[in-house]
Design a binder for this molecule. Structure first.
Ligand code: NAD
Length: 483
């Protein structure tokens, strides 16, 4: 951990390469979830500021798009290097404003920086193709061109990685962006903007504006004709609203929405491996991840040992402020999150679930809920239908594979899923049948900048990471050609 002086943090809007106050002069508090006390206040943007940011992005883009891809790649590579140099500072900042434990924050910075490295490599590989028309009359030339100004809207749970997973491919493709981070965690976004500025990203290519009133601010940008794309990460509920807004200008939309991941443990799984995996899948960021194991299905033969082992491991986690050196599970992001979890647990217990560990909020300042294990959660319980987004592991027993698949797919979501079995043939067959954009077999983590991240059903549209993530910021142009 490094010492942070709140007075030295960037708290202004970043528009056209300049740090500036909101036109209204308003500011909003950024709160430390471990104490419920403000850390600092940042400029609170309104519609005028947002439109100024679009102006800056639109003016800067043609020159950026026209630069040699290698030049853009080298600037992105430098972003990676400086993020790595500043990893400890960024991790401390993330822990402070988001609450996650420092080891989680360090892992996030490393993951976030990797998007700059990966897209530095991809920037020089925007490859089209050419073919002969079936009639033989002409050639078909296909190219990918930068789509234009992109509006990026990100959540608070990965304040660095959700920003870089969008900024890096957009810049690699030759686009400019306006990033609107979550009001809970703007400081990390500004720290990243500062790095981009320092390493030579031209003024106006990346603009960052925070607001306490996102609906009119984002809407104004989505209706500005020079904006051509929206990339959103957040809840399915807000995603639906923004898709409707984006329809007016028929924007290209990339939507990374909520999840409800099944974590499936068959009788033949390696118990220790499965327990290691579930701890990662459940407890990364204290359970506040879209990929978090939300429904833990354990086959009857392994259930007793699994529940015991999970309660032991979760019970051994140190709870405390994210920035404290020994903390493994930090606070939740805010008070409504604690209240939501209290309600979900109470309802599950009323429905017949058994509390094996935890189950009661911690009486201390800040927004703490302890690691909790519930066994026998009814499949219809609200905590099995909605994202828990906290350190609560709900176990649902199952007997047959068919019964399991029906239960696992019985949700509007389909982001990630986890399967533990020693039988790879069974693992792959189950992966085929799961309605989910990503499946991890004998692993508790799916995220990787080189892999296409995204969901099916109401978990999203499009993919981030891999080469796919870059194509989200391009339009495909076809030229019919004779020579
Ligand atoms: P959220 O939907 O409340 O907010 C996300 C962003 O949208 C924030 O920047 C917020 O200010 C903005 N926003 C909220 N209401 C808006 C409106 N009416 N108009 C315009 N913008 C608006 O989500 P959250 O609570 O910040 O994040 C948690 C959610 O994000 C969870 O559902 C989680 O699963 C999801 N998530 C998904 C992924 C993924 O890759 N699929 C990754 C991380 C988080």
């Amino acid at each position: 951990m490094t010492d942070l002086n709140p007075a030295e943090l960037r708290t202004q809007l970043f528009i056209g390469g300049a740090w500036r106050p909101a036109a209204s002069g308003r500011r909003l508090d950024v709160v430390d979830p471990a104490t419920a006390e403000p850390i600092t206040a940042v400029a609170d943007a309104g519609v005028d500021d947002a439109l100024l940011a679009v102006d800056a992005a639109a003016a800067a883009m043609p020159d950026w798009a026209a630069r040699p891809p290698r030049e853009r790649a080298e600037i992105l590579r430098r972003c990676y290097e400086v993020m790595v140099e500043r990893a400890e500072h960024l991790a401390t900042l993330i822990s402070l404003e988001n609450g996650k434990a420092l080891p989680d924050a360090r892992a996030e910075v490393s993951y976030a920086a990797e998007f700059f490295r990966w897209y530095a490599e991809e920037a020089v590989r925007v490859i089209g193709d050419i073919s002969i028309a079936p009639s033989g009359a002409n050639r078909i030339l296909v190219q990918h061109q930068p789509i234009g100004v992109a509006v990026l809207v990100t959540p608070w749970n990965f304040p660095a990685a959700m920003a870089t997973r969008k900024i890096a491919p957009a810049l690699a493709a030759g686009c400019s962006v306006v990033l609107k981070p979550a009001a809970e965690t703007p400081l990390t976004a500004y720290a990243i903007a500062e790095i981009l500025d320092e390493v030579g990203v031209p003024a106006g290519i990346v603009n960052v504006i925070t607001t306490d009133d996102p609906a009119p601010v984002v809407s104004a940008m989505l209706h500005e004709p020079r904006v051509r794309a929206l990339s959103f990460t957040g809840s399915t509920e807000v995603g639906r609203l923004l898709l409707r807004e984006a329809a007016d200008q028929v924007l290209k939309c990339s939507m990374e929405l909520g999840g409800n991941a099944p974590f499936i443990v068959f009788d033949d799984a390696d118990l220790d491996d499965a327990l290691d995996g579930v701890l990662i899948a459940k407890m990364r960021n204290g359970g506040q991840a879209c990929t978090a194991a939300n429904r833990i299905y354990v086959q009857e033969g392994l259930r007793e040992a699994f529940v015991r082992g999970l309660a032991e491991r979760m019970g051994a986690l140190t709870v405390g402020p994210g920035t404290a050196p020994d903390t493994q599970c930090g606070p939740l992001v805010d008070q409504p999150s604690v209240q939501k979890i209290e309600r979900l647990v109470a309802e599950a217990v009323d429905g017949g679930a058994r509390v094996v560990l935890g189950g009661k909020r911690l009486e201390r300042p800040g927004y703490f809920y302890p690691p909790t294990v519930l066994d026998d959660v009814p499949g219809g319980a609200r905590m099995a239908r909605e994202e828990v987004f906290g350190p609560v592991a709900g176990i649902i027993p199952f007997t047959t594979e068919d019964e399991l698949i029906a239960a696992a797919n019985d949700t509007e979501h389909g982001l990630s899923a986890y399967v533990y079995t020693r039988d790879l043939q069974r693992g792959l067959a189950v992966a085929d049948r799961l309605e989910s954009g990503m499946v991890a077999i004998n692993r508790g983590l799916v995220s990787d900048p080189a892999a296409p991240f995204g969901g099916v059903k109401q978990s999203g549209l499009g993919r981030e990471g891999a080469h796919h993530g870059l194509l989200e910021y391009t339009e495909t142009k076809y030229v019919a050609l004779s020579w």
